[in-house]
Structures are given as C-alpha cells and as structure tokens.
Design a binder for this molecule. Structure first.
Ligand SMILES: [Zn+2]
Length: 250
C-alpha cells in the first residue's frame, strides 16, 4: 500500500535517476536545492549536522551569514530523495517559500513508514523528558477516575496505563493518549473544584477509547477517530451533557 504511493510520490522516475540524486551527499543536496530556491543569491556557507533530538524534528536558521541545518539523527542515512524533500521543506521555511506539496508528501510518507514510526517512538521514550505531574491532583485522583470508568464501561478489564496531570493548564489540549509512553495525560484545568467532574470523566473516557481502539495508519494520514470509536463514545451515558459542559467551561 505504502510502496505504491511512494512510487507515485516520485521516487523512481527516470528524471530523478538522471539528476544523479543518488550520488549526492546531504551537503550537496542542500546546496543544489538552495540554488533552485534562490537562483540569484550567492550560495551562503551551509553547515549541516545530525543531532540527537527527542523527536523527529529538524531545524534551520541563518546565523552570521551561514545557513545552519540541524537534522534529527533519525534521518541520518535516509534515502537521498527524502533528504532532498527535507531540504525543500527547511530552506522553504527559512525563505518563507513553502515547499511544493510533492516534497511535503514524500517526507511525511517516509516518517510514517512502520519502521520509522517504531524508531521515532523508541527515541521519544529514551530521550523524552517527563512532562506531567503524577495522578494525584489537588482535587481529583486520576487513578480513581480511571478505575471507576474502567468498571462501568470496560468490565474492569482495561490495563491501567500511566496517568498524569499536565504541567500546562491547556484549554486546547484537554486530554491526550501517548502510545509511546502508554500514558494518558489530562489537562490540569480539570483539577479544580469548579471544574465539573462529569467533564473530566468524559475527557478520560475519550482517552481510554484511544487505548481501546489503537490508531489506524493508512498511508500518510492518521485516522484517529474511526466510526467505531465515535459510536462507542456516544455510549457514554451523559455524552451530550458532558460535551455541553466542556463548551461552557471556557
Ligand atoms: Zn481523540
């Protein structure tokens, strides 16, 4: 499935082969793409390094006339067409000229490959910092909330993941299930006597459903809320009431 899309994404056309893409080093690729994006600008010095980041991000900046590119070491040894796509994305960002869709697509497909997703998860686990408080808040205990819902909706059969309150009182990210850490994180705005418990329970239930229905990866798209997921979510007894409460909270 992914392989056929990759072929459409422009990996194996005669044009690509003719451009001697496969013999270029990352530095040469970035220089060539720089010339394509800014043909009239003299080529500045380019410094490229692969760094151990806690995620799959890469960065670019212009410093004292030098273009400094820091690429996640997850992409060290990536196929040249992927490095080329990244060069278009990063240099496009630097010069405020968004990369053509084919490059975005090619890059995303590569990161979304099963083997890459696995490596990204491992790196996150090994290098990521703990970004949550424990399960015991000042008002609510997330383990109690979880086990209560577990009994009512899953026959007590769901294995309890890590549970934690976020450091940040986020109003946009109310809850989050992180599969790489097997962890449900709940926004600290709910650890408040004024926040209705029903709203908190609903957010927890939603995240528990993410555990129950593992994410489906199809091509470069991540389908997170499947029809099954949504149907199950509506079985939450006070579904409408809880959604209305969440809207009213801010
Ligand atoms: Zn969700």
């Amino acid at each position: 499935m992914v392989d056929s899309v990759e072929a459409q994404g422009g990996f194996l056309t005669p044009v690509n082969v003719a451009s001697s893409l496969f013999f270029e080093s990352p530095e040469e690729i970035f220089r060539r793409v720089h010339r394509e994006i800014r043909p009239r600008t003299p080529l500045p010095p380019l410094a490229i390094e692969y760094k151990q980041f806690a995620n799959a991000d890469s960065h670019v900046r212009l410093e004292n006339g030098t273009v400094t590119v820091r690429i996640t070491d997850l992409l060290e040894g990536a196929p040249a067409p992927v490095t080329e796509a990244l060069a278009h994305i990063l240099l496009g960002k630097l010069y405020r000229r968004p990369a053509a869709r084919q490059y975005e697509h090619r890059y995303r497909l590569y990161l979304n490959r099963r083997d890459m997703r696995r490596r990204i998860n491992l790196v996150r686990q090994a290098r990521g910092r703990k970004v949550h408080l424990g399960a015991q808040g000042t008002v609510h205990n997330l383990e109690e909330i979880f086990e209560d819902l577990n009994r009512k909706h899953f026959g007590g059969m769901m294995a309890r993941p890590g549970l934690g309150w976020s450091h940040v009182r986020s109003r946009t990210r109310l809850g989050h299930f992180d599969p790489s850490h097997n962890m449900i994180m709940i926004s600290r705005i709910f650890d408040d006597p004024r926040a209705p418990r029903l709203a908190l329970e609903y957010v927890m239930f939603h995240e528990m459903l993410h555990l129950h229905y593992p994410v489906d990866h199809t091509g470069s798209r991540r389908c997170v809320h499947t029809p099954e997921f949504k149907a199950h979510e509506k079985q939450f007894p006070e579904f409408r009431e809880a959604r209305a409460l969440l809207k009213k909270m801010w």
